[in-house]
Design a protein around this ligand. Structure first.
Ligand code: HEC
Length: 242
């Protein structure tokens, strides 16, 4: 009679049946939903609740913000993300994430397996997205002007309910004081209002372009330009704005 091995086998089988942790998690399909549900209310952009600025967990890649700052995305933080979620991975004194609560084992497993894929660039891979992914949609509309400031309202949606981040590119004055094209508005899923200060922009009509990232792998495993680009109309800057 050897009941013990039998019991072990039964438990292992049960674990397989209820434990769908993929060995190579995909950012869009596996990782982003865990971070969106558990981390992004503090670690989005801007951060809230005293969370550390300088990185965001709603974006795979680094993002260039309308402020001109470049902040890191989740991919470059994959090992810290996994380490914070389980007591056994953390050095003593490091706070648990999310604070005061432990993630489910399969969620920790997703983050741990993803961190296990961090390569020499110290980034975890995006991996393949959903095969039948629907791209995000954006409406971006001017709603007011005051002084040199133009206000826009936007609505950013995704039929698959992926969390989407992005920006609207338009005319900017670069660090050398020259006119160029760069982000004028930071976007996240949902609705929002954006105030854009046009000080220094020459009067004229300019095209606006949105770059939106719903987590999908747009340009193949090697590339890092994983956004869909769509026109966001034009904007006319007049001398009367000032
Ligand atoms: C209630 C708000 C809140 C939530 C939710 C939250 N965090 Fe945090 N996080 C913080 C705060 C505050 C800090 C700064 C204190 C610290 O470093 O321990 C922090 C720090 C971190 C750091 C270290 C940053 C650095 O600069 O070293 C990581 C990594 C992190 N969190 C990951 C996560 C992950 C992953 C989740 C979700 C599983 C999460 N956090 C959920 C508030 C939060």
């Amino acid at each position: 009679m050897t009941p013990r091995p039998l019991l072990v086998v039964t438990l292992a089988t049960a674990a397989c049946a209820t434990d769908p942790v993929p060995a190579q998690p995909s950012w869009q399909v596996d990782v982003l939903p865990v971070l969106a549900a558990n981390c992004v209310r503090c670690h989005g952009y801007p951060t809230s609740g005293f969370a550390t600025p300088g990185f965001r967990l709603d974006s795979f890649a680094p993002t260039l913000l309308a402020s001109g700052d470049l902040i890191r995305g989740a991919s470059e933080n994959a090992t810290e993300i996994a380490r914070r979620t389980k007591a056994a991975f953390r050095p003593p004194g490091e706070l648990a994430m999310p604070p005061g609560r432990e993630l489910a084992d399969d969620e920790i497993g997703v983050l741990r397996n993803w961190a296990g894929l961090v390569d020499g660039s110290l980034k975890a891979p995006r991996g393949p997205g959903r095969p039948d992914n629907a791209p995000p949609t954006l409406t971006f509309t001017e709603v007011g002007r005051q002084g040199a400031v133009i206000t826009f309202a936007y609505e950013l949606r995704d039929a698959d309910r992926d969390l989407v981040v992005g920006s609207v590119l338009g005319p900017v004055i670069n660090e050398q004081g020259q006119p160029g094209v760069g982000p004028i508005a930071d976007l996240v899923s949902g609705r929002g209002e954006i105030a854009w200060d046009t000080t220094g922009i020459a009067p004229g009509t300019y095209p606006l372009t949105a770059r939106l990232d719903d987590g999908a792998d747009v340009d193949g495993p090697a590339g890092d330009a994983d956004y869909v680009e769509q026109g966001a109309g034009t904007i006319t800057v007049t001398a009367g704005l000032r």
